[in-house]
Design a protein around this ligand. Structure first.
Ligand code: ZN
Length: 473
C-alpha cells in the first residue's frame, strides 16, 4: 500500500555473530564472541527467510544475474523497507546482500544488487567488466562506467537494467543501472554506460548455519525477553484477579508467541478467536492444531454475515475506511466477552515494531469499542526475530501460510495488503481470491468504476466522496 511506514520506531537490535554465522539480538553471542550490527533500514523488524522466501530471492537473482544469491545452508532474513508497494532487504552473511523490489503493474520482482553480494555468488548475466585503470575511479570515487574503460558487457544487458561492475579479475567493484543496451555500448567510443550507485557499506561474510544454531546463539537474550514477558503477565494478572485471563489468538506468529509466554506464566488459559469468516483455511487449521497441541479451549465468535451485509451497503473496506475491524472483530468479541465472562483480561500479540501507532500505545489498555476487555501485550518490545526464535525453540505448530510467502496473517482480503502479497494470494489461493474478485466486480459495475479499480488494487483506498453512503443511488 502507498502509506508511508514510520522511519524510526526505536533501537534496531539486529546483530550478527561471524563465528556462528547467525543473527543475534544482543551485543554478545552465547558463544562468547562479540557481535556486529547490521545496517538494516528502519524500522528494522527483520524476519527469518523461510525456504519459500529463499527460493523466491534465488529465482529473482537467477533470472536476472544468472545465479542464485543465497548459498545452500546459509541463514537469510528479510527486512521490509518503506516503498510504494514492497521492497525487502535480503540479509545474509551478516550484511545486506541484496534487495528485491516488486513492480505491481508488471507483476514481477526486480533484484537491486549490492556489491557485497559477490562474496556469496558470481553473476553470469548482466554484468560489465572494466579495465584495471578504470577500477579506482569507479570503486573509490563512484564514477560512472565510461565507454573507454569498458572491457566487456554481457549481451543480456538492456538500458535500465541493474548490473554488477567487475574488475578484470572478476572481483566486484560496484553496482549500478545500465544507460544503454549491450549492442549500443559495444559501438560507443565515449559516453557513460553504467551510472554507478553508492550504497551504505555492509560486510557480508559467508558461512553455513541452521536456525537451531541461531536459537543457541540467542539463548541468553531469549531467556531474558521471555522472563520479562512472563513476569509482566503475572503482574497484570495479579493486579486484576477478578478478570478471567485468555489469549487473543489470531493464528499469526505474534499471538502464538504470546500464548507460549502466557502458558509459562499462568498455565492453561482459553484461546479467544475472532472468526471474521474471512480467514485463510490455513489459519483455521492452525487454531485447531494449537488448541490440540496444548489442550486448550477455543472460544470463538461466529463468522456471521456482518461483513457481507456492510459490503452490500458500503462496498469493500478500505485502508481509510476500515469498517471491517469493528463490524467483524471488535463488536462480536465484545458481545462474546460480556456473555461469557462479563469482563476479561486478554493477552494480545501486539508489538511496537509493527507500526508507529502501536509503538506509542500502552502495554495495557482498553479498546474503546470493547470496554469489557482489558488488553495486555506481553511481547510489546519483541522484534519479529524474538518471536520466531521463541516459536522455533518451542516447536509449537505455526501457521503454514508463513511457508508460502505469506507473512501477514489476518483476513485474506485485508485492504492493508500490498500488491506483492495480493498477487501471491492469487497464486496460492486462486479460488478464494476469485470469489472476492467476483464480489468486487459486482460493486465496481454497480458503481460505474473502471476495471482497473480491481486490477490495480484501487479498491483498497477510498477516493474522496466515494465513501459517502448517501451518494450511492
Ligand atoms: Zn556465536
Amino acid at each position: 500500500m502507498a502509506q508511508m511506514r514510520p522511519s524510526y520506531l526505536g533501537k534496531i537490535h539486529l546483530r550478527w555473530c561471524d563465528t556462528c554465522h547467525v543473527p543475534v539480538l544482543a551485543r554478545q553471542c552465547a558463544c562468547g564472541a562479540a557481535t556486529r550490527s547490521i545496517p538494516v533500514t528502519p524500522p528494522g523488524d527483520a524476519r527469518p527467510a523461510f525456504p519459500s522466501d529463499v527460493a523466491l530471492v534465488n529465482r529473482v537473482y537467477a533470472d536476472h544475474f544468472g545465479a542464485p544469491l543465497i548459498p545452500e545452508g546459509h541463514l537469510a532474513l528479510l527486512n521490509k523497507v518503506p516503498e510504494k508497494d514492497r521492497m525487502e532487504e535480503v540479509i545474509a552473511g551478516g550484511g545486506i546482500a541484496g534487495i528485491i523490489r516488486y513492480f505491481p503493474h508488471e507483476r514481477r520482482w526486480e533484484p537491486v544488487p549490492r556489491p557485497e553480494a559477490c562474496t556469496l555468488f558470481s553473476p553470469t548475466k548482466r554484468y560489465v567488466m572494466v579495465s584495471d585503470d578504470a577500477v579506482p575511479f569507479i570503486r573509490d570515487q563512484g564514477m560512472s562506467v565510461l565507454a573507454p574503460g569498458l572491457v566487456h558487457i554481457d549481451e543480456n544487458v538492456q538500458a535500465g537494467d541493474e548490473v554488477f561492475i567487475l574488475a578484470p579479475d572478476r572481483t566486484c567493484i560496484g553496482v549500478g543501472r545500465a544507460k544503454v543496451d549491450a549492442a549500443t555500448a559495444r559501438g560507443m567510443t565515449k559516453g557513460s554506460i553504467v551510472r554507478t550507485r553508492r550504497n551504505v557499506a555492509s560486510q557480508v561474510i559467508p558461512g553455513a548455519a541452521s536456525w537451531d544454531d541461531a536459537i543457541r546463539a540467542n539463548s541468553h537474550e531469549l531467556e531474558r525477553a521471555e522472563n520479562e514477558a512472563v513476569q509482566f503477565v503475572r503482574d497484570v494478572a495479579g493486579r486484576n484477579p477478578h478478570l478471567p485471563p485468555n489469549v487473543s489468538y489470531s493464528g499469526g506468529k505474534d499471538s502464538l508467541a504470546t500464548l507460549l509466554v502466557v502458558k509459562k506464566a499462568l498455565g492453561k488459559v482459553p484461546l479467544l478467536f475472532a472468526d471474521t469468516g474471512l480467514e485463510f483455511p490455513e489459519t483455521l487449521a492452525n487454531i485447531d492444531a494449537v488448541a490440540q497441541e496444548f489442550d486448550l479451549e477455543v472460544i470463538r465468535t461466529a463468522g456471521g454475515s456482518a461483513f457481507w451485509e456492510t459490503f452490500e451497503r458500503q462496498g469493500p473496506p478500505a485502508v481509510n475506511a476500515r469498517w471491517c475491524c469493528r463490524a467483524c472483530k471488535l463488536t462480536p468479541v465484545g458481545d462474546l466477552i460480556r456473555k461469557r465472562w462479563g469482563e476479561c483480561l486478554s493477552f494480545i500479540g501486539q508489538r511496537r515494531y509493527e507500526s508507529l501507532t502501536r509503538a506509542r500505545s500502552d502495554r495495557v489498555w482498553r479498546n474503546r469499542n470493547v470496554r469489557a476487555q482489558l488488553s495486555a501485550a506481553p511481547i510489546h518490545n519483541w522484534t519479529a526475530l524474538h518471536v520466531w526464535l521463541c516459536i522455533f525453540k518451542s516447536g509449537a505448530p505455526y501457521n503454514s501460510l508463513y511457508a508460502q510467502n505469506i507473512d501477514r496473517i489476518g483476513c485474506f482480503m485485508c485492504p492493508s495488503s500490498d500488491m506483492a502479497l495480493i498477487h501471491q494470494i492469487e497464486n496460492t489461493h486462486a479460488g478464494l481470491w476469485q470469489e472476492w474478485t467476483g464480489k468486487l466486480r459486482q460493486w465496481q459495475e454497480g458503481a460505474g468504476l473502471p476495471a482497473s479499480w480491481i486490477t490495480d488494487g484501487c479498491w483498497r483506498l477510498r477516493q474522496e466522496g466515494e465513501d459517502d453512503e448517501d451518494s450511492h443511488y
